[in-house]
Design a protein around this ligand. Structure first.
Ligand code: ZN
Length: 387
């Protein structure tokens, strides 16, 4: 307690001294004190008093403004920054900085039109790169894909970084929009633009094949999907199920099954195995499906493959084995479906289905085409690493 009192006395003394000598207002120290005691509300009140009393404290205005915005008090942040913008005694670079803050306040408040206008103005200033990034965020939110494409291309020039996969994805988004409004010609033009922007844009061929299938052009659908092997074969699992479906319509299921088994051999993937397994089960029966999945389990052991293996075991089990196999299968299935998730390479967000656009961080093409549990048991196996 005495220590505390002594510390308090010393501090009051210093404060008094400083107030005297440097003419810093007492509320500044009060504010500082509240901040150190983790009482941000009181700190803000005290610091506002300083800012009001002493118009020279421009940096303090900036600090308070961004503090407000971070706390979600966008109205106060806006007022703080508007006040700075309106001041006549500020240099041009400080005024630009205040506009940059104000634009972010508008964005946070959801006033996208105002934010966009300010960021457009800021493109001609030292904040141009940051302005472009925010503009991109705005256009993606508004689903204004044409402007998003232009902004991503401007960012590519400004930063020297590649935005190819973003540009291709924006063309795909635009294609989907045009298609949903039955503007087929424009939709196809956008797909072509996506592939031109980024030759490896798998999404473009997935979509193109889906459209052909929906319109009953199954042969064309299969031909388009096959192109993905030349682009990035690890994504083939995305079209495996619809490919079998189209092949069935064409009466070419055995050929399609051979094709998919070849892919599974060369580019093993759990989701691909799932489709091959199901199709084999339906076409050739349980024994054949069991053989297929057992081979796969030995070749490429994973929890997911074990799950499929037990599925096949269940289908071929004799009545007295059934209960045991069922119990094992349910146990493994529960584990494997909990662990078998797609995970964003940028923010780590996990999802049951594959995404081109991360719902958490907004990244494009940030999901690797693999589930987490693939290769789960690979330490136990003799082959394959770095899955
Ligand atoms: Zn993410």
């Amino acid at each position: 307690m005495f220590f505390g009192l002594g510390w308090l006395a010393a501090r009051v003394d210093i404060r008094h001294l400083l107030t005297e000598s440097r003419a810093l207002p007492a509320s500044y120290f009060k504010g500082l004190n509240f901040l150190l005691n983790e009482q941000p509300d009181k700190a803000i009140e005290a610091l506002i008093e300083v800012a009001r009393a002493d118009q020279q404290t421009v940096e303090l205005h900036f600090a308070l403004g961004s503090l407000f915005r971070r706390r979600g008090e966008v109205d106060r942040a806006t007022r703080m920054h508007q006040n700075l913008v309106d001041r006549s005694d500020l240099g041009s670079s400080q005024r630009t900085a205040a506009l940059h803050e104000l634009a972010q306040d508008y964005l946070k408040a959801g006033l996208l039109d105002r934010a966009e206008a300010l960021f457009q103005d800021l493109r001609k200033t030292e904040f141009s790169e940051s302005a472009l990034r925010y503009l991109l965020e705005i256009y993606v939110t508004e689903k204004d894909w044409q402007k998003a494409i232009e902004t991503a291309e401007a960012l590519e020039v400004a930063t020297g970084n590649s935005y190819r996969s973003e540009v291709a994805n924006f063309h795909c988004e635009r294609a989907a929009m045009e298609y949903s409004h039955s503007r087929l010609e424009e939709a196809h033009a956008q797909i072509a633009a996506a592939l031109e922007a980024h030759r490896k844009c798998v999404r473009a061929n997935v979509m193109l094949g889906n459209w052909a299938q929906r319109e009953g052009r199954h042969e064309e659908a299969v031909a388009i999907w096959k192109r993905i092997e030349g682009q990035a074969p690890e994504y083939l699992f995305l079209i495996a199920a619809p490919l079998i479906e189209s092949a069935r319509k064409l009466g070419q299921t055995p050929e399609a099954l051979t094709l998919l088994r070849g892919w599974q051999q060369r580019y093993p993937a759990l989701d691909l195995l799932g489709v091959v397994f199901q199709a084999t089960l339906e076409e050739e029966g349980a024994e054949s499906a069991l053989r297929l999945v057992r081979e796969e389990l030995y070749r490429n052991p994973s929890l997911g493959a074990l799950d499929k293996f037990l599925d096949a075991q269940l289908a071929t089990a004799t009545p007295d084995q059934r209960a045991d196999v069922q119990m094992m299968r349910d146990l493994v299935h529960a584990h494997s479906s909990r662990l078998s998730l797609f995970q964003c390479g940028s923010c780590g967000f996990k999802a049951r289905t594959f995404h081109w656009h991360c719902p958490a961080c907004g990244g494009w093409d940030t999901y690797p085409p693999r589930r987490n549990a693939e290769g789960e048991l690979s330490q136990a196996g003799s082959n394959r690493s770095g899955m």
